[in-house]
Design a protein around this ligand. Sequence first.
Ligand code: ADP
Ligand code: ZN
Length: 365
Amino acid sequence: MTVRVSLGDRSYDITIENGALDRAGELLAPYAARGRFIVVTDRNIVPNQLYRLETSLTAAGIASAVEVLPPGESTKSWAMLEKLTDALLSYGVERGDTIVALGGGVIGDLVGFAASILKRGCRFVQVPTTLLAQVDSSVGGKTAINSKAGKNLIGAFYQPAHVLIDPTTLDTLPPRETRAGYAEVVKYGLIDDADFFAWCEANGAKLLAGDPEARAVAIAKSVGAKARIVGEDERETSGRRALLNLGHTFGHALEAETGFSDRLLHGEAVAAGMALAFRFSAAQGLCPAENARRVTAHIAAAGLPATLQAAGVDADGATLVGHMKHDKKMEGGRLPFLLARGIGQTFLDKQVDLTAVEAFLDAER
Ligand code: ADP
Ligand code: ZN
């Protein structure tokens, strides 16, 4: 199926298809008319998925080069950006060429940013290979690297020309990474689609076990929601796109506390963050306690952390709120929070009292 992101002359299609990687030569042929393809990927994807893309491009007669980077969050660095842009320039990259980001969020974010600044903007295509990248980061044009001051602080909004999603690439993804990506799937239900959350409760276990049908439904639903929100608010100015940050403010504090390391993956932090946001909303009398219990129960049932303890965080409220104050969404000393009136009823609250958040987190400890 195809989902369109409507952004005027920067609109693009997202193809979601089992086996799309083996048909990439055909599906991406329109971009090969005037140039070559340069595929950028990471070392873990080479043995698992790269050959499928290369075989397909070769069969379609599309010339391609490959640049392989090390896996992991530390790849989203100034040093790697320099290495990558130097490598692309040494290939003699031209504006008519297409840079293909084959990988998870790390590759997508770095390669998208490199494409945005190379020759003042080169075409790039996202071919996401993690569940998190397929349902979230490959769509919407947020690109970034990390700096000493924090994660994703250096970047640009730069939309891909196409997103090619092949759910079968997830067959080789480690289960922990699949669970982490699933947190962002659940997020779409919690934001504004209570029926989809109920679908997740009924089908989440199947999806996590690799059931192709459940996986395809969840990816299509998530991508549809993301494409719609991005089309309404590309640069997060109206507040609509900010809804996608549900669980991310609490989650960011947990990631900061665990050093943005493998101790707690981004999706795991978001899972715990969403449970915390619902329990905080319930504690503030905004949301029925029963809804917060349902959210907590489903996150735990999916094998994701739903509490500070399960996330391996033993910090007090003041420490965690301290981390939140470094969030790039801070506005004049206030931090906008995504809270909920119920499942599927998330809203942006710009007036949250951080001392109440601190007391809540101390009680959660
Ligand atoms: P995210 O998409 O969550 O931001 P990363 O880009 O860091 O995550 O990818 C998570 C890990 O999974 C990395 O070690 C990456 O090399 C690996 N990986 C990505 N896609 C696949 C895949 N389809 N099969 C096996 N490993 C993969
Ligand atoms: Zn996220």
